[in-house]
Each structure stands twice: as structure tokens, then as C-alpha cells.
Design a protein. Structure first.
Length: 693
């Protein structure tokens, strides 16, 4: 197999030779031309949707700095084109720049050309409205060539990056667009037994006198009969569905015992209901519409997702949220889509939904009927990332409406918010009643970063009259993990948007290493949603992660105590995808009541080729330790690698009393006299062990 090295560059795909090749020569001869205009849109990797041929990202004619162009590609940065050159001689030429189609709004992008592991050319930061820049660079001897546009600032909606008249004059082997490695799907998780087994978290938080909704997650042959011992006053159980509803008036911890039985047996489990100020005591688990449907979301698709969540068995493992992302409100910026057009708000200021959504109260009632919770999306700016109507200057009205509809989760995204908007408010804000001053005492320079979230937190607490998980989405700026909980954040994004590429996964992964002190019950670091299974940001297709990479993705997110929000089409789940999502021993790592986020404890290499290996570890409530062994080789090679780590170095003991392989759900036989753990790893794969000293 051709040996390629996969690396990372700002979320884009990097494929590199293991060896640096000779520098470009000025006297090479060329015999053929490889034109970018002959490529398909699928050749270009970008964050969501796909590149536009001879058009801007918004479907208009290509125009950079007022100059029109007839031939090129309009992309949404991040965007990457990877080409196998195999050491041919040649020269790359193209023009790059930001398309005028977003003006007066401006994006900021840096264009780069890489040959193997070297930057051959870069544009520097280009702003919308700038003139195009010419790139002409020799690529003699380069094995893998990358053309990359990377966003420099948040607000990727405006980062419309154009590649104009791109071509490679070459001699030698014909260039080819890189193809992903192939790997057959494999299943590790044993099937659940037909006897009952109660799943999910062991603790649940609710605020006094707020609506309580909890579905006891339990696998086993249906029908099941549920019961609860010690249920606090104000709550009631439906014994057929396992759904608990009601309200608790008095603060306190309420230990209860869940029971479930069917014709084959019974199961009991201790559980604690904590009525107090904190919710989201374990990371939220559920689904979000964006990575699957993006801007094509509709009420019908949300209803289908809720039904699929219940019928697929995912609910039985503790997945509980069905969250609507962008494109549920009016979009005045897309006149060609009549379903999105209409008055932005009612005369009384209340927000309008677009024609794809008929009755939001009825929709959330439908979601709740399964025992599921429902989420929604907005922005502190006047518009969302997709330029749909958002909450600026209407925070209290929107929070009240969310409460009336029955919303349980709010993703609040900073798109389009700028500090200078504060002067245009028509509604007086009593900032003294928010938590803004509390944050500014510790972080006096962060007013513009903190204020919009402090305001919506106050609106939710005073206007919604129900528990709403508050998810801050500002892409990890201003060290949000240090203050997010002070403004009511239940979780906060730590990076930019994820895509289903190994390189993007590794980039986001690397950003989590120092964040473990800031996670815990009620406040979680969020490295974005899962990109496993059939997804595609509008056009559903299989994930571009290999099966091993999907196991790795889910394992690390579980160890990081990240919210586990699925992003795939729940109506198209196969056995492989369900196998990953429905391993209760792996989910236990994520839902452990202690809430410790994993730390990277070791990075080492295989003796044979020096390729990288990372070990991550987290402590569990019962005193055990979970260790993840991650193969992070840059080179994608189908062969497995064997890891040997001394027990003493791993757990500080000569030998553990018990070791459990969590993905295979079986104990590991510890050989007599063995002083080390032995773990085989597939390319970009993982071993997940739970160890008791």
C-alpha cells in the first residue's frame, strides 16, 4: 500500500510523505496540465455543504475585490484540496481571494500551499474586499500537495474563499485527488441481554418547582414494568413507560431505587435525585440536527428523529435530548427560499418560526411524549450563523417563549454578535441583576465576551420557568472554560466546528489536553458534536472517518466527559453505528458521577518506526482508573501495532487486581509474572481499559 502520512493543519486534511523530497527546480520541463476546473465538488473537503464550481459559495458569479472571474471554485473555509503528486516535477499556479458575495460583512482567511511537510506559499490574512493574490510555486519532488484556506477569525459564515484558474503544469506521473483509506466495519460490543438492565447516569439534577421529566433507561425484552422506591413528594411514575414527571418543591438529595422487570427477570439500581441549583450533573446525551441536516432541517425531520431515538433503543442507554439547531426561524437573507421568508417577529416582539415549522409547542410536546427532552438554537446577535433571526434585544421575550414551548436545552451561538450592537438596544437592561459583575471581578477585560451570555442566563433564570441546559457556543474564545459556569453555562464549546476528517479530529483533540481542571458536575467542556454514522450537513452520506477512527472519536469524547450529542441521521442507523453508541460500559465512563475529565498521561512511540501513541487516563467514582490507548500514527497503515506499557508506570502498582476491556465487555487475563499491559491497536484505533489496583 502506498505509504502516506496524515497530519493536521487548522482542521484541514494533511497528507504527507514520511520523507522530505528535493526542492523545486527552475529548469524542469512540463508536458501536461492538471486543471482544477476538471475536478468534482467532492474533491474539495470543506466544513459543510460542498464547493461551488464557477460560482461563489452563495451561488453567485465569482468576484474578488470587484473583479469578476469565470473559472474557479467557491469554497467555505476551512477548505482543502489534497493531490497525490508522487514526486513528479511541476508548477502550481492559481489566484486566491475572498469572494465579494458576503459584503458588507467580511471574512478573514489565510491561504496556504503545502508540499509534504513544508509550507511552500501563503497569502497572509486576506479580508473580503481585498484584490486577488497570485500563487505560483514550483513543486518538483513533492509527493502530496495541499491547497488550504483556513479561517483566521470566528464567524466562518463569511469566510467564502475562492480558488481561481488553478492548474498544475507537470511532467511524470499524473496527479490524482487523494482518496480516503478503506477499512471494513467491525463490531466490538456484545449485544445486550434480553433480561432487564438499567442504564444511564446514577444521578440527576433538577431545580425546585421546575417541571421534572426523566425516562428510566433500561434495555431488555419489552414489555417492561418499572417501579421506584423512595420517590420524593411531587413526582409520579408511569410504570409502563418508566417516565417520571412532576415537580419537587424542597431542595435536597433524594436517594431512590429503580426497578425494572420483564418475563425473563428483573434488575435494580440505586439512583439519586438532587434538587438544587445545578442541573446537567452528568454530560448531556442526545442528538443535534446540524451535522446531519444543517440548513434543511424541518419539523418533520425533528419528529422523525425523536421517533427514531425511541424506537432504535438509543433512549434505553440514556440518550435524552432531541435538539434543533439553526434554520428554524425566519431567514430574510435568502429570498429564493420562500419557506424561510416572512415577518421576523410578531407585533408584540415574539419570534416567528419559518414555514418548515408549524407549532413549536406541539413539537416539544411530541418530543416529551417519549420521555425525551428538546433543545433549540439561537444567538446573542440579531441573526444566527445561517442569518436566521436570533435573540439580540429580545432575550427575555425569547427565553419566556422557550419556556412556554417546553424547551430543555439552548445552544447559544455568538454568530453576528458584535459589541457595538449594545448601543442600539431598545430595551433597557439592568446589568446589575446579571452575573456579569461577578465574572468581571475575576476577568475585568472580558466584558464584551461575557455580557451576551450573562444576559441570556439571567433571562432564562427569570423568564423561562423551567430547567434549560445552557450551552455556550463561542468556539473556545476568551478561555470560556474559566468563566462559563459563572454565567450559568452547563457546557461550552472549546474549539471551532468539527468535521468528519481524522485531521480535524486530531486538531480538536489536541485542544483538550489542558482543560481537565474546568470540567465537573454541572459544567462541561464541549469539543463539539459527534461525527459518527450517516451525516453530511445537508446531504446525508457515511462518515468519512474510518471505523477505527469512529471508535477512537467516541472513546475520547467519553473520557473527556464531553456532551455526547449524536450528529447522524437516526433513521439510517446500521448495526456498526448502534454498536458504538450503545456500549453501556463505555457510556459509564462518560456518565460517572465524579465527573473527572481525562488527562493525557503519556505520549510515547512504537519502537519499530517512532510513530506516536497517546495514553489518557481518568479516575472513576469507585476508585478504578480508565485508561485509553490511542494510536495517533500520522501514516495510515492497515497493520495493527502492539503497545506494551509497564503496570508500574501506568497505575503505580506492580500488578492490578482486575482489568476490564470496556469495548469488548470482558475481563482481561493477566498472565502470571506479567509486568506490563499488552494492547494491540489498529491504525488510528483505541484500546479502552478499566483497571482496579
Amino acid at each position: 500500500m502506498r505509504r502516506l502520512v496524515i497530519s493536521l493543519f487548522c482542521g484541514g486534511l494533511f497528507l504527507m510523505s514520511p520523507h522530505c523530497m528535493a526542492a523545486a527546480s527552475d529548469d524542469h520541463e512540463t508536458s501536461s496540465v492538471f486543471r482544477f476546473s476538471d475536478l468534482s465538488a467532492l474533491s474539495i473537503d470543506q466544513l459543510w455543504q460542498q464547493a461551488e464550481k464557477n460560482k461563489s459559495k452563495d451561488g453567485k458569479g465569482l468576484k474578488i475585490g470587484g473583479q469578476p472571474y469565470s473559472t474557479g471554485w467557491g469554497t467555505m473555509a476551512r477548505s482543502t484540496l489534497a493531490i497525490n503528486m508522487e514526486g513528479s516535477k511541476g508548477e502550481l499556479s492559481l489566484l486566491v481571494g475572498m469572494d465579494d458575495d458576503t459584503l458588507p460583512n467580511k471574512g478573514h482567511v489565510n491561504f496556504k500551499v503545502l508540499g509534504d511537510d513544508k509550507v511552500l506559499w501563503e497569502s497572509g490574512v486576506m479580508e473580503t474586499g481585498d484584490k486577488a493574490k497570485e500563487c505560483k510555486v514550483g513543486i518538483d519532488g513533492v509527493r502530496v500537495l495541499l491547497i488550504v484556506s483556513e479561517p483566521v477569525e470566528n464567524g466562518y459564515y463569511y469566510n467564502h474563499a475562492d480558488w481561481i484558474n488553478g492548474e498544475i503544469a507537470y511532467s511524470g506521473k499524473t496527479p490524482e485527488v487523494f482518496a480516503l483509506p478503506k477499512e471494513e466495519k467491525y463490531i466490538l460490543t456484545p449485544p445486550a441481554p434480553d433480561t432487564p438492565r438499567i442504564m444511564g447516569a446514577k444521578v440527576y439534577g433538577v431545580r425546585p418547582n421546575h417541571p421534572f421529566l426523566y425516562k428510566i433507561p433500561c434495555t431488555g425484552k419489552k414489555p417492561l414494568e418499572y417501579s421506584v422506591e423512595g420517590l420524593p413528594k411531587g413526582l409520579k411514575l408511569d410504570s409502563e413507560t418508566g417516565i417520571i414527571t412532576g415537580k419537587i418543591a424542597k431542595k435536597g438529595d433524594y436517594p431512590v431505587k429503580f426497578s425494572a422487570k420483564n418475563s425473563l427477570g428483573s434488575f435494580e439500581r440505586d439512583f439519586t435525585i438532587k434538587c438544587g441549583d445545578k442541573i446537567a450533573l452528568t454530560p448531556p446525551m442526545g442528538w443535534n440536527s446540524w451535522n446531519c441536516f444543517a440548513g434543511s432541517v424541518s419539523e418533520k425531520k425533528i419528529r422523525t428523529a425523536a421517533k427514531a431515538m425511541a424506537e432504535s433503543g438509543l433512549m434505553d442507554y440514556g440518550y435524552g435530548y432531541i435538539n434543533i439547531d439553526d434554520y428554524w426561524t425566519i431567514n430574510p437573507k435568502l429570498p429564493y427560499d420562500k419557506d424561510l421568508n416572512g415577518p421576523e417577529r410578531h407585533d408584540d416582539g415574539n419570534i416567528n418560526v419559518n414555514k418548515r415549522f408549524k407549532d413549536m409547542k406541539a413539537l416539544f410536546d411530541y418530543i416529551h411524549s417519549f420521555g425525551l427532552k428538546g433543545g433549540i438554537y439561537s444567538s446573542p446577535g440579531p441573526y444566527t450563523c445561517g442569518l436566521c433571526v436570533a435573540s439580540f434585544d429580545h432575550e427575555f421575550l425569547d427565553a419566556k417563549k422557550f419556556g412556554e414551548w417546553g424547551v430543555d436545552y439552548l445552544k447559544y451561538d455568538t454568530c453576528t454578535y458584535t459589541p457595538d450592537m449594545e448601543s442600539s438596544r431598545t430595551r433597557k437592561i439592568d446589568w446589575d441583576k446579571t452575573n456579569l459583575d461577578k465574572v468581571l471581578e475575576k476577568f475585568p477585560k472580558l466584558r464584551t465576551d461575557v455580557a451576551p451570555f450573562a444576559l441570556m442566563d439571567y433571562a432564562l433564570r427569570t423568564s423561562a420557568d423551567r430547567d434549560i441546559v445552557f450551552s455556550l457556543c463561542q468556539y473556545g474564545g476568551a478561555d470560556v472554560w474559566k468563566w462559563g459556569d459563572l454565567v450559568g453555562g452547563s457546557c461550552w464549546r472549546t474549539t471551532g466546528d468539527i468535521s468528519d476528517r481524522w485531521c480535524c479530529l486530531r486538531y480538536i483533540w489536541s485542544r483538550q489536553r489542558e482543560l481537565y481542571p474546568y470540567a465537573g458536575p454541572g459544567h462541561w467542556n464541549d469539543p463539539d458534536m459527534l461525527v459518527i454514522g450517516p451525516l453530511g450537513w445537508g446531504t446525508v452520506r457515511p462518515s468519512r472517518l474510518t471505523p477505527s477512527e469512529q471508535y477512537t472519536h467516541f472513546t475520547l469524547w467519553s473520557m473527556l466527559c464531553s456532551p455526547l450529542l449524536l450528529g447522524c441521521d437516526l433513521s439510517q442507523l446500521d448495526d456498526f453505528t448502534l454498536n458504538i453508541f450503545c456500549n453501556h460500559e463505555v457510556l459509564e465512563v462518560n456518565q460517572d458521577p465524579l465527573g473527572n475529565q481525562a488527562k493525557m498521561i503519556m505520549t510515547t512511540s512504537y519502537k519499530s518506526d517512532g510513530a506516536a501513541l497517546e495514553l489518557w487516563s481518568k479516575s472513576m467514582e469507585d476508585g478504578s482508573t480508565v485508561v485509553g490507548f490511542f494510536d495517533v500514527r500520522e501514516a495510515y497503515e492497515p497493520s495493527a501495532k502492539e503497545v506494551r506499557i509497564p503496570w508500574q508506570k501506568l497505575i503505580g502498582a506492580d500488578k492490578p487486581s482486575r482489568v476490564r476491556d470496556l469495548w469488548r465487555q470482558k475481563d482481561v487475563d493477566i498472565a502470571e509474572g506479567s509486568d506490563c499491559v499488552v494492547a494491540p491497536l489498529p491504525a488510528h484505533g483505541v484500546q479502552l481499559l478499566r483497571i482496579w489496583k
